[in-house]
Design a protein around this ligand. Structure first.
Ligand SMILES: [Zn+2]
Length: 340
């Protein structure tokens, strides 16, 4: 089942009713009193900098470069690969942090105010972004990087949600790279040829990655291709590479619930036992305690931690999107083969 196409580029003013409803729904949860304090500080900072134009207020070290924001590390990696030295990139959500539940600070607001382009995933992933954007007074062009990608719906009990984790399918990552390329070309025409060349080189690497994952998954008998994760973050990976998602601990595409309900947990225990999986998987952005409880109750091992919603630090297996996806595929296949 597919949703209607996502809206095109969203400019400074005039959010859609859809975006407004997302913002309102998440307001009470996402905007803790810490953020309110931050926004008070932000108002003060913006008042002090009111005499400066957005173009001159930046603390940029390279004022000639296009100022780009990516909401989280995976989009940041795509943007850096395409933008190269021609962009000055700021990624808002830090490595290992949760993009679903992010709380911006005044420094993020200043970056938004000074940005030329904001790359966001969309599909309700960044519930905090509308408020940051409006409170900062940003005039940056907002680019929904998932635009044009068919989305998946996940139903758990009476609850149906649209899965925002499109990047878990490498074919979608290629589409996202093309969207980023086109937006950078539009925002900075003098460097168009560089963006196009960088994107072509990166897309070639992504195509090779896609084939590599297909080959890796080929080692695993079809009947063993079953995934259990912390939250519903890996459905696009499963659909692309032929896995069945048995279930997830939180039973939701978001992470706000923190802990599964007793009912969801009991059902998942039954499902995991019935599926006879050899391993289940925790993710780098979620608390592993509940997954350890599930492993104990089902007598199944926990596989290596997967990179789903964030890249890992420099030097880790998940330091780039390509290495993270390679790590995830190899970890899943090896663990489900009982080879870890
Ligand atoms: Zn997620």
């Amino acid at each position: 089942m597919r949703r209607p196409p996502l809206p095109p580029l969203t400019r400074a003013a005039g959010f859609s009713p859809h975006q407004a409803s997302v913002s309102n729904r998440c307001l009470s949860r996402c905007l803790s009193r810490h953020l309110h304090l931050h926004l008070h500080l932000l108002a003060l900072i913006l008042a002090l900098s009111a005499c400066q134009s957005p173009r001159t207020a930046s603390n940029s070290q390279s004022p000639g470069r296009l100022r780009v924001i990516a909401t989280f590390s995976i989009l940041g990696d795509f943007a850096q690969n395409v933008g190269g030295d021609h962009i000055e990139l700021k990624t808002l959500v830090g490595l290992g942090s949760d993009v679903h539940e992010f709380e911006p600070n005044p420094s993020d607001a200043l970056s938004a105010r000074n940005a030329d382009v904001v790359f966001e995933n969309g599909i309700q992933l960044e519930s905090w972004l509308d408020r940051l954007y409006t409170s900062s007074g940003s005039q940056a062009r907002r680019v929904i990087v998932s635009q044009g990608i068919p989305t998946r719906r996940i139903t758990t009990g009476a609850n149906t949600e649209t899965d925002p984790h499109v990047w878990q399918d490498v074919a979608n990552a290629i589409t996202m790279t093309m969207t980023i390329r086109d937006a950078l070309v539009a925002a900075d025409p003098p460097n168009a040829s560089a963006y196009q060349a960088n994107a072509a080189a990166y897309i070639a690497q992504l195509q090779a990655l896609d084939q590599e994952i297909m080959t890796e998954v080929g080692r695993l008998p079809v009947e063993n291709r079953k995934l259990v994760t912390s939250h519903d973050a890996i459905g696009y990976f499963a659909a692309r590479y032929g896995f069945q998602v048995v279930g997830s601990l939180l039973g939701t595409v978001a992470t706000a619930s923190g802990d599964p309900s007793a009912k969801v947990f009991a059902q998942l225990v039954r499902d995991v036992k019935a599926a006879s999986v050899k391993a289940i998987f925790a993710e780098s952005v979620t608390n592993p305690a509940n997954m350890e409880r599930l492993a104990k109750e089902t007598n199944v091992v926990i596989g290596p931690e997967l990179y789903t919603d964030s890249l890992g630090p420099a030097g880790s297996a998940g330091s780039t999107y390509i290495t993270a996806m390679r790590h995830n595929a190899h970890s899943v296949v090896s663990a489900l083969l009982g080879q870890q």
